[in-house]
Design a protein around this ligand. Sequence first.
Ligand code: EPU
Length: 337
Amino acid sequence: MFIEKNKSLRNYNTFGIDVTARAFVSVESLEDLRTILKDYTPDEVFILGGGSNMLLTAPIDKLVVHINLKGIEVLSRTEDEVILEIQAGENWHELVMYCIENDFGGIENLSLIPGNTGTAPIQNIGAYGVELEDVFESCTAIECTTGVLRSFSREECKFGYRNSIFKDEAKDQYIITSVMLRLTSKNHKINSSYGAISDVLAKRNIENPTIKDISEAVISIRRSKLPDPAEIGNSGSFFKNPVLSSEEFKKFRSKNPEAPYYEVSATQFKIPAGWLIDQAGFKGKRYGDAGIHKHQALVLVNHGNASGSEIWNLALKIQKKVKEDFGIYIEPEVNVI
Ligand code: EPU
């Protein structure tokens, strides 16, 4: 284990923000992680996964611990299911590709989501009609104060829309070290109901899609709408889609009859924040190197050398204008640090 001093985190966050960590260590085994937790108090360390859901607005005056645990293992197999254990440092999209190659079904709709497997449960990643919780079996996590390893079942994770216990009451208390997923090895449950997916499949004349077809459709939709962090810094959706009560929704709808929405339940209606931001006039705008993506207003981008504060100030400006125009508060999805 080698601790580096004054390390730039530019290559460790998908926004490409250039802030410095006072110290940095990449951890490749549980033993090393335990050693770090013994030597440092929880306040002295900052845990870093794939860096795909954070906006760094200031230098980090702590030891940044990069979780780099690797490995994918088939834990058990029945006639039509497998349980995989994936170490936290495995790249999420590479895992999806491994599953497609091995014909393990369940996460193909989650193709091309940036970040690592160990951070996927924290915000219950989701896209195109599937959320991580749909295939999640359990995870193991190490308690920062004691170094003790424990397991969290799906129920214990308390998953919600872009939410879990790890963003809430257990925030910053545990480091997820591995994730167990329950996947199908035959009779895959193909989920092609999301409009954009069925459009791509129809265009490709695919009537009975395989998990590979779904993955390829999702990849092409994401490539057409969402910027690739390797080319332009971003953190995917910057805001969550706001959820309105029936009463709020009725009011909103009477003023904006053309607005798209999803009915979450009989009393909850989700409005796409991307639509609100687009209507508020921000899509494709640029303020210095901070900007809003030209194809999806929900995504803030770093055109090159934006600081975290510049991106955050733009986010606040958007939040204020959306509130003024629609009376709706939009909450950031990314962690602002
Ligand atoms: N829309 C606009 N203008 C825009 C963007 C969107 O009018 O600039 C409209 C679209 O026309 C569509 C609606 O808003 O009617 C919804 O757009 P989209 O299907 O692109 O999905 P989203 O609600 O904006 C969510 C997730 C994405 C996920 C997609 C697909 C959140 C915060 N975001 O976006 O997740 O890929 O659905 O399932 O829930 C992420 O979390 O980083 C992410 C990209």
